[in-house]
Design a protein around this ligand. Sequence first.
Ligand SMILES: NC(=O)c1ccc[n+]([C@@H]2O[C@H](COP(=O)([O-])OP(=O)(O)OC[C@H]3O[C@@H](n4cnc5c(N)ncnc54)[C@H](O)[C@@H]3O)[C@@H](O)[C@H]2O)c1
Length: 358
Amino acid sequence: MTSASSQHRVKIAVMGAGLIGKRHVEGVLAEPGTLLSAVIDPSDAGRDFARSLGANWFATFSEAAASERPDGVIIATPNQLHVANALEVIQLGIPVLIEKPIADNAEAAAAVVDAGRKSGTAILVGHHRRHNPMIQEAKRVLDSGRLGRILTVQGTFWVAKPDSYFDVAWRRQAGAGPTFINLIHDIDLFRYLFGEVEAVYAMESNSARNHAVEDTTVVLIRFASGVLGTMNASDAVASPWSWEMTAGENPAFPRQDQFCYQVGGTRGSLAIPGLALWTGPSKPDWLERQTKEQVPFSPADPLTLQLKHFCDVIRGQTHPLVSGQEGLETLQVIEAIKSSARSGQLVRLHDFDMRRGH
Ligand SMILES: NC(=O)c1ccc[n+]([C@@H]2O[C@H](COP(=O)([O-])OP(=O)(O)OC[C@H]3O[C@@H](n4cnc5c(N)ncnc54)[C@H](O)[C@@H]3O)[C@@H](O)[C@H]2O)c1
């Protein structure tokens, strides 16, 4: 067995030193198996942040790569730049971790996936929740059959974003709402836990704030496995029921002892997070009491685990848990939800992809 210290330390460059980019930089500095190769961000704030850490700073990736070739690059720039940034890195055959969403539209995302495939360059997409040990344990429980046949899942993302959040113009405009920004996390987890999405039927409303962008979205989901799901999202509801409030991943959010997903099977049900497992008697009987059991797991920071995983991907020791293709397919579901909300029609993912030429 080799320890991190006996292995080559992985040189990571971080592109985009904003809200999440800074957390990636801090993660790279804290991880014994990694070295911070460079911070790439053309803004004054990005430069000052890099200098405050004594890190190498560059305005562009090409300047950074000319100075030192990193082993891997984390892309944490605004969504519209992900494709251009990723293609630059992939062109040099350097593995990338692209923050979610992989791109701002599925067509562009497909070009990135294609470039990675053709050049044999690994792409990991930053849907970090999949790395959460609680989710890994939930997946084990679901796959073990303890719930019997899984029939249904319902998910809630109800938060009240403050008025100041909408002072930034793009957050009020179409494409920036909770469907694209928040629901994409839940949909990615649902795909991880229940498999491919076959069809969606969605409704959106902007009645809380009357912005061009939606504040509330409700989706019916049919998975290819036969599981039926609902996802109910709003960024204008004061409630304790969202991943942010219940998973305890980000200390900025006050943690509530609640859950945001309920998974129902013929023999039991599971609440996520928290992993309260409710099972019934051996034969279905609604007059019998359900037994509650707490499924144990060891909490750990999924961003740290994602970084360790990225290092293993760079070393060629494993395949990406969330590949470029996975990031693309999650994005396609989001686009199908938007399309259904616009048209008022059920959207089948297969037909939707065919129309788009994928
Ligand atoms: N995984 C998560 O939970 C999570 C959380 C937040 C954000 N994100 C994603 O991370 C990305 C960044 O979001 P954010 O909230 O940190 O944004 P942000 O606006 O805070 O930061 C973006 C940074 O990119 C820099 N930048 C702009 N153009 C650049 C370029 N050409 N090269 C290098 N840097 C450039 C900006 O100066 C800024 O510092 C988005 O795609 C977002 O969806 C993911």
